[in-house]
Every structure is written in structure tokens, then in C-alpha cells.
Design a protein around this ligand. Sequence first.
Ligand code: MG
Length: 237
Amino acid sequence: MTSSPRLLRRTRAVLFDFDATLTVREELQVWRLFPERGGFGDAPPPPKTGTKRLLQSGEGEGNDAAPPAPVPVPRAVDTVWLRQKGFGGDTRISQLGEMFEELASLGVELHIVSFAQRDNIIRALSLLGMIHFFGDRIVGWQELGGPSKAGFIQRLMEERRWAKDQVLFVDDQARNIHEASLLCLTKKSGESGLDEGEMDEIRNTARGSTSSSASGGFGRAEASDPAERLHDLYRMV
Ligand SMILES: [Mg+2]
């Protein structure tokens, strides 16, 4: 039985939070992505008094000020809003795509671990043409089954037999990062979505290089003794 040292060092998975990590917002409301579900709880805010509906179709809505009233008229998803206000614009979306592409080419499994609704995440990534990077490896709040992400991450890592330094968890919330930090590598992003520098750090980690960034490092285990890594890899076998 042989295992190459390179394999042991390799990042096996990156687990991304969704809201304000992949997106640039705290939330993508359900009605933004499923206009046909407008109503109870998911309804857009009512139009301001005295304003008339200015738009008959979904075209041209670029702001939050005057969403259409929740009338039962099917509307298309406003993909312009999604790209600009949800994900920070086409340049950032391209950067995300390039990062996913490189991670996938390195054999890194991409997951989403989020308190958002799974349906929302799938719809948004499908509309952006990025769902194929994740497949069914998307977990929302229903699937998490509790107020913590750490339990799920621990179960996933045990199931896959991943060692602590083979998994990177990326999230904008300090609490989530703190809870996961005992389990795997962590990267706390800013709270308005991953920026280009942070994406570069993630790519560097997956390549196995050490980030030279002075701020917000990854908490990668310093020890690189092959014997210790072997121990980590096989401790659950
Ligand atoms: Mg978040």
C-alpha cells in the first residue's frame, strides 16, 4: 500500500458559506429567485404609498426601492439584479467562476454549507451557470438540522475520511469560523462577499502554497511532518 506525500498534503475540499461569502448580501430573498412564490413571508415589501407600478415586466428593475406589488402575475427572475446586487457584478462572477474552475481542476471537492434555503442556492447558481461545480453538494438550513455548521462538517469529514488540514471552510461569520476551527482549516471572509484577494488566498491554499498575505491567514496547521500527516489520515480507519 503506497500513498504519496503529495496526496496527503492536498486540499481535498473547500466548503463555502453562501450568503455574504459567495454572494455580496446577507440574504437573497426567495421572491427574487422564485417570483411565482411571491406572497406569505416571501413577499417583497409593498410599494411605497403614492407610487404607481412603473414596470409591467421584470425588465429594467435595478434597485430595491420599488419592487412590484405581489400580484399573481408571473414574472421572470431579474437576473440583472441577481448578477449586480446579489453577486457584485460580472467581473466578480467571472472571478468566482475562475476560482471554482481551478479548484475543480485540482481535484478539490466544492461544497456549500449554508443557513440559506437550499432551493435558493441551487436556483441562484443555476442562473449564473455555476451549479455544475457543486452538483448535489449543497446543504441549506433544513439539511443542517441545527444552529451550528460544525456538526455537519464533522460528519462530512468523518464520512470522507478527510484530515483537518485537507479541508478549508470559508465563511463571513466569526461564530461559524470559530466553531469549525477545531475541525478544519478556516478562512473568514469579509462580510460583503469574497473579494479577489481572498479568492487568491483560497486558490493558493488549494495549490498547497503558503499564502504570503499578512492579514487573515488560514490557520493551516504548521506541522508538516509526513508521519504526523499519516497519523491524521489514518486515525479514523
Ligand atoms: Mg454568510
